[in-house]
Design a binder for this molecule. Structure first.
Ligand code: AMP
Length: 471
């Protein structure tokens, strides 16, 4: 097994890695670091969770340390482009963590905040600048920054940049870069538009490293789909949180308003929750993330873009309140759990009008996701009727009763036996069997599967502690 000490990294970096408790490089690190150290360009096909940030940060820091010189004024020696502010902040923090023994200067710039602090940070020049494309272009146009000093250019999450409409801004930024430079290009997937961009940015014959093809990450996550009526999703979500193993949960919604509504609904049933999405201020987003990381809120309700690249260890579950429109987003979402080699669990809710999305997801991920049918579930119906109105657009049918508003109970640290059940019976978790709950395939309690395609390997890791069943 390769160790970090085998990769030729400078001692201060090895010391910083040891302080973090990292001894073995992840596959992308083992494959990328020696080539990047030697100055080669890199095309990395990898998603977050594979250790890709350290795969570029470590060799970059090594090269900076080997060749110490001040960064030119209003410029930087390394430019990293990231699609979101959260990811930019995290990358900046990684550079600081790994580079703490070397003494590198790092600045992070993104939109939505004032310019003053960024101008002051950039004025003397920095070793590493991490930026989102929009704000960087503003600085370039204002001539508050130049890219003439860039020796290494990193483009992270290129496919996400494409989804967010950043391809043209990136082409503009590249024009400001010196012709002679090292390029490190990362993308989780390789749509044709991104492949074209690699040809424009990378020098000929880059080192190509592809790790954790989607199916590999997918296989590490214990997945379930629950068929449920749209208006009963709230009650089902609340039921999931009766299981104490749902400790640190990211809940994905398709829209910003949906995220707010779901977070409010959770709070109303006594589950501490915070929402993050593009309409929240930077301060609100940072606060929500910090609370979630500290375990002060059990649920972080997020839209895809806000959650992209967020690196939080020990996310116990990912819940998809709605299925995403693009199958790749399903893979990104479940990748929020199962970080850095750990296992994780993911539950997706699927209403009848989302069945086509599910089909696409199964096709792309080449798997059949074990499915359980919670439609027409009487208990869920009663629980739905008893839920208070979360505000915003109505989610429930008009005839639902609003009597029996339950008192807010603190369900955040231990799940009381029976929880909020009306019948006082044992709390049920999704897929646990019994009652009206039945597997979608009908008959015995086993996952639904449809033929063809292969790849389905049967239910994995059944019987893990209380995740899918509290029996
Ligand atoms: P990334 O793919 O860069 O988002 O990294 C995913 C997570 O893995 C982060 O929490 C890193 O701190 C962690 N990590 C990176 N490299 C290693 C390693 N060699 N050993 C253990 N954890 C790591």
């Amino acid at each position: 097994m390769t160790q970090f000490t085998d990769l030729g990294l400078a001692k201060p970096l090895l010391k910083a890695l040891a302080d973090e408790g990292y001894t073995e490089p992840t596959p992308i690190q083992a494959q990328a670091i020696p080539g990047v150290l030697s100055g080669r360009d890199l095309l990395g096909i990898a998603q977050t969770g594979t250790g890709k940030t350290a795969a570029f940060a470590l060799p970059i820091l090594h090269r900076l340390a080997e060749n110490r010189k001040p960064a030119p004024r209003r410029s930087c020696r390394v430019l990293v482009l990231s699609p979101t502010r959260e990811l930019a902040t995290q990358i900046g923090e990684s550079f600081k963590t790994y580079g703490k023994q070397i003494g590198v200067s790092v600045a992070v710039v993104f939109g939505g905040v004032k310019y003053g602090g960024q101008l002051r940070a950039l004025a003397p020049g920095v070793d590493v600048l991490v930026a989102t494309p929009g704000r960087l272009i503003d600085h370039l146009q204002e001539k508050t920054i130049t890219l003439e000093g860039v020796e290494t250019f990193v483009l992270d999450e290129a496919d996400q940049m494409l989804d967010m409409g950043f391809i043209m801004p990136i082409r503009r930024i590249v024009k400001y870069l010196p012709k002679q430079r090292q390029n490190l290009f990362f993308s989780a997937t390789m749509p044709s538009e991104i492949e074209k961009l690699t040809g424009e940015i990378l020098n000929p014959n880059p080192l190509k490293v592809s790790v954790a093809p989607q199916a590999t990450t997918v296989e590490k996550v214990n997945q379930r789909v629950l068929f449920v009526e749209q208006q009963r999703k709230r009650a089902l979500l609340s039921e999931l949180f009766d299981d104490a193993s749902f400790k640190r949960v990211i809940v994905f919604t398709r829209t910003k308003r949906g995220a707010d509504r779901v977070a409010r609904g959770l709070e109303q049933v006594g589950v501490e929750a915070a929402a993050i999405h593009g309409d929240k201020s930077q301060g609100q987003r940072e606060r929500a993330l910090a609370q979630f990381k500290a375990g002060e809120v059990r649920a972080l309700v997020a839209t895809d873009i806000a959650a992209r690249g967020i690196d939080i260890d020990a996310v116990s579950h990912v819940v998809q309140y709605e299925l995403p429109n693009v199958p790749e987003a399903y893979v990104h979402r479940i990748g929020r759990t199962a970080r850095a080699g750990a296992d994780g669990s993911a539950v997706a809710f699927c209403a009848d009008d989302e069945r086509n999305l599910l089909k696409d997801i199964e096709k792309v991920t080449r798997q059949r996701i074990p499915a359980f049918d919670r439609r027409n579930d009487r208990q869920l119906g009663a629980a739905t009727a008893a839920l208070p109105d979360p505000g915003g657009r109505a989610e429930r049918p008009a005839q639902a009763h609003r009597t029996d508003h339950r008192q807010k109970q603190n369900r955040n640290h231990s799940a009381p036996k029976g929880g909020h059940r009306h019948d006082g019976g044992p709390a049920r978790v999704a897929g646990g069997g019994g009652g009206e709950q039945r597997p979608a395939s009908g008959g015995q309690a086993r996952p639904a599967r449809s033929g063809g395609g292969g790849g389905y390997k049967g239910p994995r890791r059944e019987g893990r502690s209380g995740v899918w069943s509290n029996h």
